[in-house]
Design a binder for this molecule. Structure first.
Ligand SMILES: Nc1nc2c(c(=O)[nH]1)N[C@H]1C(S)=C(S)[C@@H](COP(=O)(O)O)O[C@H]1N2
Ligand SMILES: [Mo]
Length: 314
């Protein structure tokens, strides 16, 4: 059993306001044309998706540490499609993010494909401050802009046979030199259970630092699953599939003993080759203790009741 210490920045789920539809700040400033709720923006083609930034911050998600300045988080990335070093920024310039559509398929009422801009005008955007913990034991704190994954699940209308959600990154060797490395099982795949996908913390990200995502962060749309190791947060998504079987993920395909399906953050369970007890905070010379579920235990620990036999923390 995990003893959960209550922290000020962990707020109970019932106090969060995930369903709130926020009016866009710029729309408010825009006079008559601005007097449209986010829910109707989808029908107004004149409103560019960029006008939705910066989105209003959802104050339900706060941090115990400073936001990592973009000069650190934006120049130290994992994005193997563009190389295995942390400096993928120059190579990621080749990623062409517009137009970009995302396919919703599998065990859903009716499969569909939607432009990312249309999608965000339909569901609206909010900003959340999240912590991010890479399995390599570095971390950062970022202001993501996006919307709860549960909103996409609701649009998809999955049937009762859907047990998992699978996320797929683009596949294009021309744009992404890393994908010419044949020993990686491209395309990058990730997965969550339906219960995880519907947890309010699971977030689809389209922006950061108050503007649309720079390429190296996984433009134009990526996941943020802050209670799990960073590799679960797949970037540059082109397909979300509702499936009956547990997806075989990219990192599992490479090294299942080190990077499993669940990958929940736990300082007490070391990686086979290093300790997970603490983390280096990007942009500082500090190491801080790592927290169970990356500090989000109150919101997510219940998801794992009855699953104790699974390798929940690898
Ligand atoms: N498609 C894809 N998604 C990915 C990765 C990747 O290599 N390719 N790396 C993952 C890892 S290991 C981490 S830590 C985060 C890093 O996100 P950041 O570069 O925005 O900090 O992206 C994750 N998503
Ligand atoms: Mo990572």
């Amino acid at each position: 059993m995990h003893i959960m210490r209550r922290r000020g920045w962990e707020i109970p789920e019932h106090r969060a306001t995930p369903e709130a539809v926020f009016l866009n700040r710029r729309a408010l400033l825009g006079g008559a044309a601005g007097l449209v709720a986010a829910s109707s923006l989808g029908r107004n083609p004149a409103l560019a998706a960029e006008a939705l930034y910066p989105a209003r911050r959802n104050e339900g998600y706060t941090l115990d540490r400073a936001v990592t300045p973009e000069r650190y988080s934006g120049d130290y990335n994992n994005f193997y499609e563009f190389g295995t070093s942390k400096t993928v920024l120059p190579a990621a310039n080749a990623l062409k993010t517009s137009p970009w559509t995302i396919k919703i398929d599998g065990l859903v009422e009716k499969p569909f494909e939607i432009g990312v801009d249309d999608l965000i005008r339909k569901v609206g955007l909010e900003e959340r401050l999240y912590r991010h913990r890479c399995v390599e034991a570095w971390s950062m704190a970022v202001p993501w802009t996006g919307f709860p994954l549960s909103k996409l699940v609701a649009l998809a209308k999955p049937g009762s046979g859907a047990k998992y959600v699978q996320f797929q990154t683009f596949l294009d060797k021309g744009m992404a030199p890393g994908q010419r490395q044949f020993f990686y099982p491209w395309p990058y795949l990730e997965g969550l259970t339906m219960a995880e996908a519907n947890n309010d913390l699971a977030f689809l990200v389209t922006g950061v630092y108050g503007k649309p995502l720079p390429n190296q962060f996984g433009a134009p749309i990526r996941l943020a699953v802050p209670w799990k190791y960073g590799f679960k947060s797949a970037k540059s998504l082109v397909k979300v599939s509702f499936v009956a079987e547990r997806p075989k993920t990219f990192w599992e395909g490479l090294q299942a003993s080190e990077y499993g399906f669940w990958a929940n953050v736990n300082p007490a369970v070391p990686h086979p080759r290093w300790s997970q007890a603490s983390e280096r905070v990007l942009g500082t010379d500090q190491r801080v203790p790592t927290l169970i579920y990356n500090g989000y235990g109150e919101q997510v620990a219940d998801l794992y009741k009855g699953l104790e036999k699974e390798r929940l923390f690898v």
